[in-house]
Design a protein around this ligand. Structure first.
Ligand code: UGA
Length: 464
């Protein structure tokens, strides 16, 4: 449950005015939450339709809790949105760069063109000394390059400085992660910038104090600040691929990876988070970040030490063909060298997003597997609580329905792929009465196998 702040601090004396350049998940969430913390904020994006939506109180993404906070803070007057970079340059003391850094077409490295265009645009309009802080996930060394860009494009002698402050928000929990982060990390190049960054984060620390929590602050150098983010995402990805590799071992030995994860997770040095085996990780961050880190390490001459990340990636991508094989086994169709022939198999496909409680389908394993099943000629009928529209435009060859009941009616195999609450709470008996055959692939590893087999289902989980 995400809680808004009841009474944002009225102490605005040490509150710099802040801009967020790039209003995707990251920038939009930060802009809205910093207004909630009592700062005067402006959100900037080149996409006029998106800015118009935000400005009229409509959140163009699905993120729990955020629509209410957007409306509330537009009303206070502390939050506004614009496509006018001149307005941004005049308004803010601290500018956060929150634009996307996607994977480069046909390569593993990160595409920094949005960073470059936003920094150059902003720099050309600056008329006073301000702080530009990178928040986007970038290859190490980017901050120094951004400082060079700023020096080249700002009027002589302005002394604009670059800092870095990575973010760790998780989609679907984004509001909580910004208002109540588990740590703050930043890098400044001078006392002046360091003080300004303290002022920027004061609202978060004040809220923590009121709620009797502590938020650790790590102040470091630019390179480390950049690396912290990719290190965290690489570590999380490694945990997931590790448990998925163990799932493979469990499958050939009759073990149960869910019990295994529970058992190792009680060791606090290991921890029980990010050990859910399944269809693999996806989204707009983990997959591209491990590739960019490995590519950057190669450029810097330490590629060998990061070869394991390529394997983390490979373990993850292999899940997709493994899951297709599981579906074929359930449907009692043999898998040949070119995959199984699933013609005539009606698959009820539950979930299209890369994880629950979001409408984001970027690099979604669920959607990728649905497409593979379709390529094997299965009749795939997809239902997702929030991701249908996005999925439809990305994978027009699939059939989409608006309710779970329509998806499962007459199905030969049910694939439950994304742990939305609506799927986790499915009742085996009620569902059994709607399908043609009681066969289920639990790609979420969320069900109790005994419960399902008791009701006559052939159950297949991942690594159990
Ligand atoms: C991830 C990181 O968790 C955030 O800390 C980071 O700030 C963010 O990337 C980013 O770089 O901006 P996010 O992409 O929202 O956040 O998604 P996660 O919750 O990390 O999940 C990523 C994928 O891993 C999903 O596909 C999820 O289903 C999968 N996953 C997660 C597993 O397969 N098993 C698990 O145990 C946990």
């Amino acid at each position: 449950m995400v809680n808004a702040i009841q009474t944002p601090s009225q102490n605005t004396t040490t509150r710099p005015r802040i801009s967020f350049l790039g209003c995707g998940y990251l920038g939009a969430t930060y802009a809205i939450c910093f207004a909630e913390l009592g700062y005067e904020v402006i959100g900037y994006d080149v996409d006029a339709a998106k800015i118009e939506a935000f400005a009229s109180g409509v959140l163009p993404i699905h993120e729990p809790g955020l629509p209410e906070l957007l409306k509330k803070n537009l009303e206070t007057g502390r939050l506004r949105f614009t496509t006018d970079v001149k307005d941004v340059a005049e308004f803010a003391d601290v500018h956060f760069i929150c634009v996307g850094t996607p994977q480069r077409q046909g390569e593993h490295g990160a595409d920094l063109s949005y960073i470059e265009s936003s920094v150059v645009e902003l720099s050309a309009h600056l008329t006073r000394k301000v702080l530009i802080v990178g928040k986007s996930t970038v290859p190490v060394g980017t901050a120094s390059w951004v400082q060079e860009l700023v020096d080249r494009h700002t009027p002589e002698g302005l002394g604009v400085e670059v800092g870095w402050s990575p973010e760790f928000l998780q989609e679907s929990n984004a509001m909580h992660d910004v208002l109540r982060p588990n740590r703050i990390v930043y890098a400044a190049q001078s006392e002046w910038a360091s003080r300004l960054l303290k002022d920027v984060h004061r609202g978060i620390l004040e809220l923590a104090a009121v709620e009797d929590r502590e938020v650790p602050v790590v102040e470091t150098d630019l390179a480390t600040a950049e690396l912290v983010k990719v290190a965290a995402n690489a570590f999380l990805s490694t945990k997931i691929s590790f448990i998925n590799a163990m799932a493979d071992l469990c499958e050939v030995t009759g073990g149960d990876v869910a019990d295994l994860a529970k058992a190792i997770g009680y060791d606090q040095r290991i921890g029980n988070k990010f050990l859910r085996a399944g269809i693999g990780f996806g989204g707009g961050c983990l997959p591209k970040d491990i590739r960019a880190l490995s590519a950057r390490a190669g450029e810097l001459g330490v590629g060998e030490s990061f070869r394991f990340l390529d394997e983390v990636d490979a373990v993850n991508t292999r899940r997709r063909s493994q899951v297709v094989r599981h579906v074929a086994d359930l449907a009692e169709r043999p898998t040949g060298p070119n995959g199984p022939d699933l013609s005539g198999v009606r698959v009820a496909y539950l979930g299209a997003t890369f994880k629950p409680d979001t409408d984001d389908i970027r690099d979604s394993p669920a959607l990728a597997i649905a497409r593979r099943l379709r390529a094997c000629r299965a009749d795939v009928v997809v239902y997702d609580p929030e991701g249908l529209e996005n999925a439809k435009s990305a994978a027009p060859e699939l059939s989409f329905v608006k309710t779970l009941a329509e998806a499962v009616a007459g199905a030969d195999v049910v694939c439950a792929m994304v742990p939305w609450e609506e799927f986790r709470t499915l009742d085996p008996e009620a569902l059994g009465q709607q399908v043609a055959e009681r066969r289920i692939l639990d790609g979420m590893n969320a069900f109790d196998p005994a419960q399902w087999t008791k009701h006559g289902w052939t159950y297949k989980g991942i690594g159990r």
